[in-house]
Ligand binder design. Structure first.
Ligand code: FAD
Length: 515
């Protein structure tokens, strides 16, 4: 079926539709174009719940050709923009398009899946840009394979995370998701469909990875796979001292494969019995209990937890897994007795946040605003960050996880558009402040939490902590220029080359559409 987008003016919408310059917009889609109030209202919301921008219409593409048709239609109009929307899990309206087209990439998320055994790691999967990582995992597991690098939560699309970086506890070894893709099919801001890799059309390939959707819409990605383990020994160990926590974390991420864990993350938590911010957030099951008498009397107001995972096979004798874990943990200086272990299937481990999602949906925490703040902080600045932010501004927690864990710069490709702290050291940290609070007035107002985020950034600036926002959001081009630093010129050149009319990804507020 070919859908023609006949101009359709809703009774209440006459004013906004008068001057959009898209009369007779004819996309000739194989999929559909949805002008309905329900569709545009839904595309005007995201997980952050802080901003809203209503599009003119929502495109549900049947495949890559429809994505290209949408971009070409926008190019024919003097002002229309196009935002690819993955699962809308951005915080600050990044996947929105005020008065433009939103392309719902999920609609064609299952349009393509192909596994190959050669080329990259143990094989590769070619998936649609709108595929959810949880679906990619499920499909790959049928072949005994799995992606190498993840995000903590898999209800995100391949194109959405590749446009940022995509990090979790595997990034120290395999790099972010942007380091685990070998080929992309991209619809550029000129409406052309281009296959690119580090060899062919490499400038586009690297521009798009971490490119915040500015240079093209990812319609397919070829992802590196590994043999899937079947089990994970999931471990948490507690520290009182930040210095000791970071020493152990850094030692683990720099050890060779085979002499360390397969997954390494960490988080800060409050030294209290607060169910959301304190001790109860550490145990790995209802049968485990955090025993605070194990802490020394002079433990501070904030504690730290290393979260580790070791892959193994269900056929491995438990004693052999115990012995590897015992050897690796034996080198660490965590608080004796504050160690938690659990064996879970590989899929359950990777889908662990989905269980939290179900709980958050049931309690209203999922649909409330989420003023999250994500940062990359240099190793040189992380102790100051702990002193001034974790133990200062955030000493009572954020109502959710406060992740802090190291990664290695050598696993990140400098040619991508991702921005890391400027200091050249090999180690830097991810800090993620993942607030889950009930909507105001039961919880604090979103404005108050946003103000606290500003206070955190001010504190970093005042203490000269070298950081970059991850999943950045800025209001002005000047701030973007500062964010990109010495990579700004390259970013601007890439924009001029691949999206000269600035049609794409207007919700990032970096460039203005030209006519
Ligand atoms: P959207 O929010 O829909 O889009 C994000 C940006 O990418 C927009 O600018 C959009 O225009 C653009 N875009 C979307 N699809 C495409 C495409 N196909 N081609 C080009 N551009 C596109 N991130 C991590 O790195 N690690 C984590 O562990 C992690 N955990 C998270 C947990 C939760 C509960 C949530 C809500 C977010 C988490 N994130 C994490 C952040 C997440 O990676 C980003 O918010 C990501 O952008 C969301 O993907 P999405 O598919 O919802 O994209």
């Amino acid at each position: 079926m070919i859908a023609y987008a006949e101009r359709f003016v809703h009774e209440n919408d006459t004013e906004t539709r008068q001057d959009d310059g898209v009369s007779g917009l004819d996309l000739q889609l194989q999929g559909t174009l949805d002008w309905s109030a329900a569709a545009t209202a839904s595309a005007a919301r995201d997980f952050g719940g802080l901003r809203s921008a209503k599009p003119l219409a929502v495109v549900r593409p049947a495949g890559p050709d429809d994505v290209a048709r949408s971009v070409r239609a926008a190019l024919r109009s003097p002002s229309l923009t196009v935002a690819a929307r993955g699962n809308g899990h951005s915080i600050n309206g990044q996947a929105m398009s005020d008065g433009g087209l939103v392309v719902d990439m999920l609609a064609a998320g299952a349009a393509h899946f192909q596994v190959g055994r050669a080329g990259c790691g143990a094989g590769y999967a070619v998936v649609a840009g709108g595929a959810l990582w949880e679906d990619v995992l499920e499909q790959c597991l049928r072949y005994g394979l799995a992606p190498r690098s993840y995000t903590d939560y898999l209800g995100l699309t391949v194109g959405g995370t590749l446009s940022n970086a995509g990090v979790s506890g595997q990034a120290f070894r395999h790099g972010p998701q942007t380091s685990n893709v070998t080929e992309l099919e991209v619809v550029t801001g000129q409406g052309e469909t281009v296959v690119c890799s580090s060899r062919d059309n490499s400038e586009l390939f690297f521009a798009v990875l971490g490119g915040l959707g500015q240079f093209g819409i990812i319609t397919k990605a070829k992802i590196c796979l590994q043999p899937a383990p079947d089990m994970v020994r999931w471990i948490r160990v507690v520290y009182e001292d930040f210095g000791e926590f970071t020493r152990d974390a850094e030692s683990l991420v720099t050890r060779p494969d085979g002499d360390t864990f397969d997954y390494i993350e960490g988080f800060a938590f409050v030294n209290s019995d607060d169910p959301v911010n304190g001790w109860p957030t550490v145990p790995l099951g209802p049968d485990q209990r955090f025993d605070p008498t194990r802490l020394s009397p002079d433990a501070g107001s904030v504690l730290y937890c290393l979260e580790l995972g070791l892959h193994h096979r269900s056929s491995d004798p438990p004693s052999s897994v115990d012995s590897v874990v015992g050897r690796l943990l034996g080198r660490l200086g965590f608080v004796e007795g504050l160690e938690f272990r659990r064996d879970v299937s590989y899929a359950d481990f990777l889908l662990r946040v989905k269980h939290a999602e179900q709980h958050a949906k049931a309690t209203g925490l999922w649909d409330a605003p989420h003023p999250w703040l994500n940062l990359f902080v240099s190793k040189a600045g992380i102790a100051d960050f702990d002193r001034t932010v974790f133990k200062g501004v955030l000493k009572d927690g954020v109502g959710g996880p406060m992740l802090v864990y190291p990664m290695l710069r050598c696993r990140w490709d400098k040619r991508t558009s991702v921005v890391l702290p400027e200091e050249s050291g090999e180690i830097f940290y991810l800090v993620a402040l993942l607030r889950y609070t009930l909507p105001y007035p039961e919880g604090p107002s979103a404005d108050r939490l946003v103000a606290q985020n500003h206070e955190i950034l001010r504190t970093c600036d005042e203490n000269k902590i070298d950081y970059k926002l991850y999943l950045p959001y800025y209001q002005s081009q000047k701030e973007w220029e500062r964010h990109f630093g010495n990579q700004w010129a390259r970013f601007v050149e890439r924009k001029a080359r691949f999206d000269p009319m600035a049609v794409l990804s207007p919700g990032q507020k970096i460039f203005l559409r030209s006519s």
